[in-house]
Design a protein around this ligand. Structure first.
Ligand code: PEP
Ligand code: MG
Length: 767
C-alpha cells in the first residue's frame, strides 16, 4: 500500500499548517454540529493538514482515556477503545504529560496493541498531551504507515493544535468537569518528597510559589495583531527591566549575579526567541499561549540534551519566560510583594538572603528549595530566623501546586504534599515531641555551659539584624560572637548611611547589655551581592567567592570602611568595641584595616568626641594561607575567629553554595580537624582567644570534636545553643581530647562514625 505524501514541512509551512488548522478548527467549533461531529471533523482537518493517515483524539471519561474520534483507525473502536492513565502509549503520554515521537510504535516498552482499532498497519506514532490547567485531559496523536519519526516542526504544529484543542474541548464541555476533577484527584494524591536538611525543624502550611505561576485562560486569539502588540510591549518592558538591573549591578564580586544578568540580557535580546513567539502568534495563539508554547518547545529540546550547564541556562530562560508572561498578563511581583495570607511554606528553585527577608516572618513557616546548600547565606539567614529549610528536592515544582497543603519535616528530610489524615496525625505527634525538646532546651537557658568536668565553655550566638538580638537573652548566650554587619546592607535598597549604621550598632549593643558583641566589618561579595554598589572596572568574576569580596572590597573602597569604622566607634562610646575583619589572607591586610580604625579614632579624639573605653581587634581565619602566618598575626590580635564555612570551601576547593557539592565533604574530615588542631595549638601558644563561628560549631557531633581540639569558644546559630549546652554538659574534656588525638593520628576512613560510636559508648546523647 502506498502512503500519503508525508512532506516534512519547512518552518514557515509549519506555521501556516498550524494557522490553517486553527482557522478551520475555529469554523468547526463555531458551527452548529454536535460535539461528536465536531471532533470527527477536527481529526480530518488535522490529519489532512499534517499529511497523516491516522489522527485520533482520546479524551478523559470516567477516569479513562477513551477514543473519541479518529481518522484512519477503525470507526468501530470509537468509544470502545479505552486506556487507563499510564497504560499504553496514549496512557503514558497523559500520565507523564509528555510528547512521544516514535518511528516504530510497537518497539516501545509501553506499547499495548488494541486489535479493534486495526492499527497494526501503522508503524510511526506521535502523540501529544492535551493539557488543561497543567493536567492532561486527553491525547492527540497521529500515525503513519511508514516507519519514520515525525519532523520536529510537525510535532510543534501538533502541540500548538493540542493547546487550542484543550480550550475548545473545555468550551464545548467535551470533558466534563467531574472527570476533570476526578483526574485532578488521582493526580493530586499524597506524595512524599525527600531532600537535604538545610535547617532543621517542622512546619505546616500551604505551598506558596516565590514566583507565582501564571494560569493561561485564553489560548486562541481573537485579534492576532493586538496580541502581537501586547508581546512587543512586554518585550520592551522586560528588556528595560533587565538593562536597568544590569546597569545597577556592575558590582564586581556580584559574580554569579552578573553572569546571570548577562545571560538574561542575551536571552532578552535573542531574535530567535521573539521570532518564535511571533510565529506562534501567527498561528493563532494569544500572547500568553504563544510564550508558553515556545517555552514548552524549548523545555522539550533541552530534555534531550544531558548537559548540566545547559540545564542551568534552561532555568534562566524559564525565569525569563515567566517574567515575560507576568508582564504580558499583568500578574506581577513575587509572593512576598503580594503578602502571605496563610501560614506558608515557600517553594522556590533558590533564593537570595534579601529575598527571604522580604517575607512576613509571622506567616512564613518553612522553605523548600530545588537547590540550596548548607552554608549559603540564605540558609544562614533562615537558620537565624528559625525557619526550617529542605533543599535539593528533585521534581519539586512538578509535584507541588500552589495552595497544596504541606507538612515539612526538615529534621527527617521529608515533605508531605497533600498529606493524608494519618500523615497529619504522625506529623503532629512529632511536632509535639520537638516542641517538648525545645522547651527542655529553653529550660537550659539559665544553666551555665559547663562540661561534666567543670570547665566553663563560652557559647555565643551569631546575629546580623536588630531582630536577632532578643536571641541573646532567650538562649542565655554569652554574647554575640559574630554580628554580620553586611546583613543591614543586604536588606537595604541603598547603601546604609553612617547615621543608620550607628543607630543599628548602638541598638544592638544596648540590647546585648553587658554581654559582648563582636562586629564583623562588611563581608560583601560571593553570594552576598549588592546591586547598588558599583565596581569601576569591567568586572565579571568567574569565581566570586575567591574574588573581590569582604576586606578586599573594604580596603579598596576605604570610604566604605571609614564610614563603618566611624559608625562602630561612635556607637560604642563609653563601652568596649569588639571588631573583626573578614577574609584576611595576609597579616598586612589586618594592619591596613586596623589603620582605618586608628585613623578614625584619632579623628574623633581630635574632635573631642566621646570614645570607646577600649577597642579589641580580631581577625577571621577563613583563608587557609593565614594559618601559616599566625606567629606574625597573633601578637597583633585579641582574638581569632575561625569561619569554617569559608575555610572548608577553600581547604577542599569546593564552592560552599554549589548544591552539587553540598554533601561531598564532611566537616569531620581529618584534613579539616588536623588543620583546626594546629590553629588551636598556635593560638594557645600566643594566648590568643580562639572562637569557631561557622555553622560547624552549631552541630552537636562537630562541636564535640572541636572541644577535643582544644576549642573553648563557639559562636553559633541561636537554635543550636540548647542542643550544644546539653551535649557539652555530658563531656569530659580530657577524654575527648585524647580520643581526637587518637583519631587524627591514624585517621579512619569514616571518622564521623567512629566519633559517634565513641560518644555513644560513653552514654553521650545527641538529638
Ligand atoms: C564563615 O565563613 O564561616 C563565616 C562565619 O562567615 P560567613 O558565613 O558570613 O561567610
Ligand atoms: Mg565567611
Amino acid at each position: 500500500m502506498t502512503s500519503a505524501p508525508v512532506g516534512p514541512v519547512n518552518s514557515s509551512s509549519a506555521v501556516s499548517a498550524a494557522r490553517t488548522i486553527l482557522t478551520r478548527l475555529h469554523e468547526v467549533m463555531a458551527s452548529r454540529q454536535n460535539a461528536q461531529a465536531k471532533l470527527n471533523t477536527v481529526v480530518e482537518v488535522i490529519g489532512e493538514s499534517l499529511h497523516s493517515e491516522v489522527c485520533s483524539i482520546y479524551l478523559l471519561r470516567e477516569g479513562m482515556l477513551e477514543l473519541f474520534a479518529t481518522r484512519g483507525l477503525a470507526q468501530e473502536a470509537v468509544h470502545v477503545t479505552r486506556m487507563a492513565i499510564g497504560e499504553g502509549l496514549v496512557g503514558s503520554i497523559a500520565a507523564r504529560n509528555e510528547t512521544l515521537n516514535l518511528a516504530e510504535a510497537a518497539a516501545h516498552p509501553d506499547f499495548s496493541y488494541r486489535p479493534e482499532t486495526g492499527e497494526d498497519r501503522f508503524h510511526s506514532f506521535a502523540g501529544v498531551p492535551i493539557v488543561r490547567r497543567e493536567r492532561s485531559v486527553g491525547v492527540l496523536c497521529v500515525q503513519h504507515v511508514d516507519p519514520r519519526r515525525y519532523e520536529e516542526i510537525e510535532i510543534e504544529a501538533l502541540q500548538t493544535v493540542a493547546m487550542v484543542l484543550s480550550e475548545l474541548i473545555a468550551n464545548a464541555e467535551l470533558v466534563d468537569e467531574e472527570d476533570f476533577l476526578g483526574l485532578a484527584a488521582s493526580l493530586t494524591g499524597p506524595e512524599q518528597l525527600r531532600g537535604l536538611t538545610l535547617v532543621k525543624g517542622l512546619a505546616a502550611g500551604v505551598a506558596v510559589y516565590h514566583q507565582p505561576r501564571i494560569t493561561i485562560e485564553h489560548i486562541v486569539a481573537e485579534d492576532t495583531e493586538a496580541e502581537r502588540q501586547r508581546v512587543y510591549m512586554a518585550f520592551d518592558k522586560m528588556r528595560d527591566q533587565i538593562d536597568r538591573m544590569a546597569s545597577q549591578a556592575e558590582f564586581g564580586g556580584g559574580g554569579e549575579h552578573d553572569e546571570v544578568l548577562e545571560t538574561y540580557r542575551m536571552f532578552a535580546y535573542d531574535e530567535g526567541w521573539s521570532r518564535r513567539i511571533n510565529e506562534a502568534i501567527d498561528s493563532g495563539l494569544t500572547a500568553e499561549a504563544a510564550i508558553e508554547r515556545v517555552q514548552q518547545r524549548t523545555r522539550m529540546r533541552m530534555r534531550q540534551i544531558d548537559d548540566p550547564l545547559l540545564a542551568d541556562r534552561m532555568h534562566d530562560l524559564e525565569d525569563l519566560s515567566n517574567r515575560l508572561l507576568r508582564i504580558v498578563s499583568g500578574q506581577l511581583g513575587t509572593a512576598a510583594s503580594m503578602g502571605l495570607r496563610h501560614d506558608a511554606i515557600l517553594i522556590a528553585r533558590n533564593l537570595g538572603p534579601a529575598e527571604l527577608l522580604e517575607y512576613d516572618k509571622r506567616r512564613l513557616k518553612g522553605v523548600i528549595l530545588e537547590e540550596g546548600s548548607l552554608t549559603a547565606h540564605v540558609i544562614i539567614v533562615a537558620r537565624a530566623m528559625g525557619i526550617p529549610v529542605l533543599g535539593r528536592v528533585k521534581s519539586l515544582r512538578g509535584v507541588v501546586r500552589e495552595g497544596d497543603p504541606l507538612l515539612l519535616d526538615a529534621d527527617q528530610g521529608i515533605a508531605f504534599v497533600r498529606p493524608t489524615r494519618d500523615m497529619g496525625i504522625a506529623f503532629d505527634e512529632r511536632h509535639a515531641k520537638t516542641r517538648e525538646r525545645q522547651a527542655a532546651y529553653a529550660a537550659l537557658r539559665d544553666m551555665q555551659p559547663v562540661t561534666a568536668c567543670g570547665e566553663r565553655i563560652t557559647v555565643m550566638v551569631n546575629a546580623g539584624l536588630r531582630e536577632d538580638m532578643p536571641n541573646v537573652s532567650l538562649t542565655g548566650a554569652d554574647g554575640v560572637g559574630l554580628f554580620r554587619t553586611e546583613f543591614q546592607f543586604l536588606v537595604s535598597a541603598t547603601l546604609p548611611s553612617r547615621e543608620r549604621q550607628t543607630r543599628l550598632y548602638r541598638d544592638v549593643m544596648d540590647t546585648a547589655g553587658d554581654k559582648p558583641v563582636v562586629f564583623r566589618t562588611v563581608d560583601i561579595g560571593g553570594d552576598k551581592s549588592l546591586p547598588y554598589l558599583r565596581h569601576d572596572e569591567d568586572h565579571n568574576e568567574e569565581n566570586p567567592a575567591m574574588g573581590w569580596r569582604a576586606l578586599r572590597v573594604a580596603l579598596e573602597r576605604d570610604g566604605l570602611l571609614k564610614v563603618q569604622a566611624r559608625a562602630l566607634l561612635e556607637a560604642s562610646a563609653g563601652r568596649t568595641l569588639h571588631v573583626m575583619f573578614p577574609m584576611i589572607s595576609e597579616p598586612w591586610e589586618f594592619d591596613a584595616a586596623k589603620a582605618v580604625f586608628d585613623g578614625q579614632l584619632a579623628w574623633l579624639r581630635g574632635q573631642r568626641k566621646a570614645l570607646p573605653e577600649a577597642v579589641k581587634f580580631g581577625a577571621m581565619l577563613e583563608v587557609p594561607a593565614l594559618a601559616e602566618m599566625l606567629d606574625v598575626l597573633c601578637p597583633k590580635l585579641t582574638f581569632l575567629s575561625v569561619g569554617t564555612n569559608d575555610l572548608t570551601q577553600f581547604l577542599f576547593a569546593a564552592d560552599r553554595s554549589n548544591p552539587k557539592l553540598a554533601e561531598r565533604y564532611d566537616w569531620l574530615s581529618p584534613a579539616i580537624l588536623r588543620f583546626l588542631r594546629r590553629v588551636s595549638r598556635t593560638c594557645q601558644q600566643h594566648g590568643t582567644l580562639l572562637t569557631v563561628c561557622g555553622e560547624m560549631g552549631g552541630r552537636q557531633l562537630e562541636a564535640l570534636a572541636l572541644l577535643g581540639l582544644g576549642i573553648r569558644r563557639l559562636s553559633i546559630t541561636p537554635a543550636a545553643v540548647g542542643p550544644i549546652k546539653s551535649m557539652l554538659r555530658q563531656v569530659h574534656l580530657h577524654e575527648i581530647e585524647e580520643e581526637m588525638n587518637r583519631l587524627l593520628d591514624e585517621p579512619a576512613q569514616d571518622l564521623r562514625a567512629r566519633l559517634l560510636d565513641w560518644a555513644q559508648a560513653r552514654g553521650i546523647t545527641f538529638d
